[in-house]
Design a protein around this ligand. Structure first.
Ligand code: HEM
Length: 387
């Protein structure tokens, strides 16, 4: 076992990593696959090490914050299993798929509003984020004012994250919980019980005990703000990739049945969710490094999904060959329960965009701006749409 001094092996907030995170992860995987930094603790870059971490939840706990318990992602067995069973009920593909017509109409309306004369538009704000907001709101059955509050929240969260201002981040989180509490109060005041997702959640019990408000708010925080950034980043990444690969774009325009596999593969090449966290419960050895108990671990999905040892050339588009190893929706007991909903939302968005356009091209004048870690994808993505 090699004993590691906890000096910094890399700087995840350095100019190189911020400007081109994918390149930084590719380099780290080759030179220092388990790397320490003050900011992220131990970052794990290789596919095999990431799988080893997520499949050993006894040594790598998800209880990363005592102050902000997250339901169910911050729980370990046996508590995790009880909450996870509850959450899984909301994402059964048969139920999720009933939302397809609603999501299609949201996407087709937004696509129809984009100017189709080839003028430059900023795609993230105009489509990706708006679509993510509208579909989550529709899925939960929440009122319009929530989409407005959520958009404002996303902007404030972004600037607070960039500035690293902990107080601002705490204020943003508190304000968000206030909005959710307002929605819950509104729901509880309704005269007759309904069968929408929020009403069902309010009736849930674990071992005969109703969920507490803190638990409900935490679940809803995860289903809204937790996933909004990932969904919006995914739509931006997909459009950027298709604009850079016009032949694939054209092929998929005429073969929408190939979209599910194509979407998973593009998001393997360019991850919408950079990482998740764990904490060691005992001393471990990982990738030749000795790590004490109680240390922070950052599992880099973005790097693991580009590991040459598993995928060969990470940029080669091979949807069917790579699918079995793709970690886009995680692995192990915490793998993504929302995957059926995410896959539906993404397929519908891209299908409607391709159907409504003749060509989507990147701007030649204005380069995209990469989102700053921990966000992924693009902060802004200027494109031209031709009908
Ligand atoms: C493209 C979009 C998405 C991606 C790439 C994604 C990816 C992931 C990944 C990698 C994990 C595992 C985290 C870990 O091991 O720590 C996860 C967990 C989770 N995801 Fe997603 N997700 C997406 C969308 C969604 C959506 C739309 C929802 C719900 C509305 C959702 C709900 C959850 C929940 C509740 C967990 C925690 C599960 C647990 O701890 O048992 N996700 N997701």
């Amino acid at each position: 076992m090699v004993s590691a001094k906890q000096t910094d092996d890399w700087d995840p907030r350095g100019p190189g990593a911020l400007a081109d995170p994918t390149q930084a992860y590719d380099a780290m995987r080759g030179t220092c696959p388990v790397a320490h930094s003050e900011y992220l603790g131990w970052s794990v870059f290789r596919h095999s090490d990431v799988v080893a971490v997520v499949e050993d939840h006894a040594s790598y706990s998800s209880r990363v914050s005592a102050r902000h318990p997250a339901v169910p992602n911050g729980y370990d067995p046996p508590q995790h299993g009880r909450y996870r069973d509850l959450v899984d009920h909301y994402f059964h593909p048969d139920d999720v798929n009933t939302f397809e017509p609603l999501f299609s109409s949201i996407a087709s309306e937004l696509a129809a509003e984009l100017p189709g004369d080839g003028s430059e538009i900023e795609f993230i704000d105009r489509f990706a984020l708006t679509y993510a907001l509208q579909t989550q709101r529709a899925w939960l059955g929440w009122p319009d004012y929530f989409a407005v509050a959520l958009r404002e929240w996303v902007t404030r969260q972004h600037s607070a994250t960039l500035s690293g201002d902990r107080q601002a981040l705490a204020d943003v989180a508190r304000d968000f919980d206030g909005v959710v509490s307002r929605v819950l109060a509104e729901w509880r005041a309704r005269p007759s019980p309904a069968d929408d997702i929020t009403s069902r959640l309010l009736r849930e019990q674990i071992d005969g005990v109703p969920l507490s408000d803190d638990e409900i708010v935490s679940i809803l925080r995860n289903w809204t703000v937790g996933e909004l950034a990932t969904m919006s980043a995914s739509v931006g990444i997909l459009v950027d990739y298709l604009a850079r690969h016009p032949q694939l774009q054209e092929r998929l325009r005429h073969a929408p049945e190939d979209l599910p596999a194509a979407i998973d593969e593009i998001l393997r090449i360019h991850a919408p969710l950079s990482s998740n966290r764990r904490v060691t419960t005992r001393a471990v050895e990982l990738g030749g490094r000795y790590i004490d108990a109680g240390e922070r671990i950052t599992i880099s999905w973005a790097s693991a999904n580009r590991d040459e040892a598993v995928f060969g050339d990470p940029d080669e588009y091979r949807p069917h060959e790579n699918a079995p190893h793709n970690l886009l929706y995680g692995r192990g007991i915490h793998d993504c329960p929302g995957a059926p909903l995410a896959r539906l939302e993404l397929r519908v968005a891209i299908a409607e965009l391709l159907a409504a356009t003749r060509q989507i091209a990147l701007s030649l004048d204005t380069p995209p701006v990469v989102a700053a870690y921990p966000a992924s994808g693009f902060r802004t993505l200027p494109v031209h749409i031709f009908r």
